[in-house]
Design a binder for this molecule. Structure first.
Ligand code: SF4
Ligand code: SF4
Length: 281
């Protein structure tokens, strides 16, 4: 079963839930844990896994042949990423960090002065701990989009074709393309949130996305004993979903978190049991 651990808002404790759940489920099952938060991967730190790089990920970018360029500026005009600066009478200036490889400039150039090159956008790593096989994606600094790295990660997983009892995907926060790529083929999603107005706002966004993607959602309420739980309860009923687990704000949990250790708590044990027994949406 592939389970996404996601959430509209950053800092709600997705990584804490994902790693703790992986440890709990791995007591009886073979687990693949995927850290798909390529901007800020930290599951390996929480689990003390030493990562080994498997491969670098490259993205197509344009390459200019100025001998063919007639300085018309059309490439700059079509670039929605503002990756090409054009000043009348000069050759275009390319800003590779801005480029997402859409190739619009290549199609627009009337003299075929733009060919193909590539840039490194990230890397994929693997590791292991007990019954947990681990994969992680990491974006290069200054790169605008982690979608390419997540797609490369998905391709790598398909190529491995190994069987697991549970595949847990810890996605990035938000509802961007990299999150959508990470959610691919998930059978259920655990939307992690907090009982605050901001938590409610961002939870709504991720529940809407999950509805569009037709992935059944369940809510994990972190820091459940602070704030107003009714905010999340009301939203859950609007989306016809439920709070499947409540993880309290407790000293022992905070201590584990601050020491970079997976959390061991009855709420996580119960969540693991419910998932093993199919007690989810
Ligand atoms: S490939 Fe797309 S994003 Fe990159 S420079 Fe060309 S038009 Fe801009
Ligand atoms: S569209 Fe082609 S010819 Fe025109 S400025 Fe760009 S590279 Fe040069």
């Amino acid at each position: 079963m592939k389970i996404a651990i996601t959430g509209g808002k950053g800092g709600t404790g997705k990584s804490t839930i994902a790693t703790s759940l992986a440890v709990e489920l791995s007591k009886k099952n073979k687990i693949l844990l995927i850290d798909a938060d390529a901007d800020c991967p930290n599951d390996h730190l929480i689990l003390s896994i030493k990562r080994k790089k498997i491969k670098d990920v490259f993205q197509l970018i344009p390459k200019w042949d100025f001998k063919k360029c007639i300085k018309c500026g059309k490439c700059s005009m079509v670039c929605k990423q503002h990756a090409i600066v054009f000043v009348k009478g000069k050759y275009p200036i390319f800003i590779p960090e801005q480029c997402n490889g859409c190739r619009a400039c290549m199609f627009a150039c009337p003299t075929n002065a733009i060919g193909k090159d590539n840039k490194k956008v990230g890397s994929i790593y693997e590791g292991k701990k007990g019954n947990i096989d681990f994969l992680s994606a990491e974006l290069e600094p200054n790169q605008p989009s982690s979608e390419f790295v997540i797609n490369a990660l998905n391709d790598y997983i398909k190529s491995k074709n190994k069987k697991y009892d549970f595949i847990l995907v810890d996605t990035a926060a938000g509802t961007h393309c990299d999150v959508i790529a990470a959610l691919e083929k998930s059978e259920i999603a655990l939307a992690v949130t907090e009982p605050t107005p901001l938590g409610e706002h961002d939870l709504k966004l991720i529940l809407e996305l999950l509805r569009v993607l037709k992935i059944p959602s369940n809510i994990v309420l972190n820091k459940a004993n602070v704030g107003d739980k009714n905010l999340i309860k009301r939203l859950a009923s609007k989306f016809n979903t439920k709070i499947i687990a409540e993880v309290p704000y407790e000293k022992s949990i905070m201590e584990s978190y601050s020491k970079g250790k997976p959390v061991s708590h009855k709420s996580i044990k119960k969540l693991a049991e419910d998932l093993q027994n199919g007690k989810t949406r």
